[in-house]
Design a protein around this ligand. Structure first.
Ligand code: C5P
Length: 396
């Protein structure tokens, strides 16, 4: 499935480096070529010889390996690849990438490339959660680097939490989704929003809603498995990133709007997020109990859906909105379809336990009428929706 595709695999110095060797084997079995590059620290965990033997080609370690006229220069090495993957991406490598440092072969290749870059971070949970690492990841993500989120679990250091490298098979799926998308949405970029937004009241409190993000994440997953390149802009939720999906985490409606606009152009936009309609003019310091009941001044948030669906060069070919209603579901959905200018409104009745629940009943409202889907799990609803979206893009 990866025949003729070239992966430049930068192996960082962490205990998870051994999984990178298995990944080389999997990419080779799928028909792809791998050029391994090991940082100096990586060589403490795995040897260039093991990487070269599995890749069936030379492994690079040193910038000065490339000074030889007969060798490829670092520019060529990074440009000849179809994709760069940093795996495992250590806190140090992420920091270097964010800062644009180029003091060894790995960082120089990453700075010199014009190709898509993916990083698979793996490190101790405290290093992962450190604000410096999180800021570096956010910077890289905003630059278009695809961050494969680490998994939660037991770690080699004995701690538990996010920071584990996903299994090589999952990493292969992410590579395949990028290099050899298959399915009816192959070659299409789909943008999905999911989850709630948090609107700060003061530095410790916020306004939020009960959205779990589950329906939106399931839709992102279903679109990716139909071949789409998916960008998922997620509010604060506790969900794993679907395989092959590029995730951008945001907190507020305004951050969500900025992330959505930065992800354009897209062929399809499915805005599932329960965006807070209002934000609070936040207090600079924590509101104190003794100061009397505060009055919260609310300011209207931008309507991301209406902005995206407005005619213009950046409008995705199809824009889908969701409508969570507790009564007169279809009447409101029809009004929203026209009011927001989108191609479809997926209406759901949230008077029960849909928000945060596992099942959903939706009605698809378009200019042609209403189609009601049977009650099903959110994953099944996502699959039915993705099949309908795929029909919009069916090639003759
Ligand atoms: O207007 P209402 O909030 O009911 O519309 C719901 C739809 O609009 C959802 O698709 C939601 O993601 C989107 N929306 C938005 N920006 C807002 C409010 C809602 O994109 N500020």
């Amino acid at each position: 499935m990866l025949a003729g595709k070239r992966l430049l695999l930068i192996i960082g110095g962490g205990i998870a480096a051994y999984k990178a060797l298995e990944l080389i084997r999997l990419v080779r079995s799928a028909g792809g070529c791998v050029t391994p590059v090991l940082t100096r620290a990586a060589q403490q965990f795995v040897t260039p010889m093991a990487a070269a033997a599995l890749a069936e080609q030379r492994a690079y370690t040193d910038l000065f390996d490339l000074k030889d006229e007969a060798e490829m220069g670092h520019i060529r090495l990074s440009r000849e690849a179809d994709l760069l993957l940093v795996c495992p991406a250590t806190a140090d490598l992420l920091a270097k990438m964010a800062a644009g440092l180029a003091d060894d072969l790995a960082s120089t290749l990453l700075l010199a490339t014009d190709k898509h870059v993916m990083v698979a971070p793996a490190m101790n949970v405290r290093m992962w959660e450190h604000p410096a690492t999180q800021a570096n990841v956010a910077t890289l993500s905003a630059r278009g680097v695809h961050v494969i989120a680490p998994e939660v679990g037991a770690m080699a250091c004995g701690e538990h939490g996010p920071g584990r490298l996903p299994e090589p098979a999952q990493l292969l799926s992410a590579i395949q989704a990028r290099l050899a998308p298959q399915g009816p949405l192959a070659g299409r970029h789909a943008l999905v929003t999911a989850g709630p937004t948090h609107e700060p009241i003061d530095p410790v409190r916020y306004l939020a809603n009960r959205s779990s993000g589950r329906q939106g994440f399931a839709i992102a997953d279903a679109l990716a498995s139909r071949g789409a390149r998916v960008t998922l802009v997620a509010g604060p939720v506790a969900l794993a990133t679907p395989a092959g999906v590029r995730r951008v985490d945001v907190e507020t409606a305004r951050e969500m709007e900025a992330a959505v606009m930065a992800a354009l152009p897209a062929d399809l936009a499915v805005l599932v997020a329960a965006v807070a309609d209002w934000r609070v003019d936040p207090a600079p310091a924590k509101r104190k109990k003794g100061e009397g009941a505060p009055t919260l001044a609310l300011v209207e948030n931008p309507d991301i859906l209406a902005r995206l669906a407005a005619p213009g060069p950046h409008r995705p070919a199809r824009v889908v909105g969701f409508a969570a209603e507790t009564h007169d579901v279809l009447t409101h959905a029809q009004a929203k379809l026209a009011g927001k200018g989108c191609d479809m409104i997926v209406a759901n009745d949230v008077s029960g336990d849909v928000m945060g629940g596992a099942r959903n009943t939706v009605h698809l409202v378009t200019a042609d009428g209403v189609e009601s889907l049977p009650e099903a799990s959110k994953e099944e609803v996502a699959a039915m929706l993705a099949d309908r979206f795929a029909r919009w893009f069916a090639r003759p």
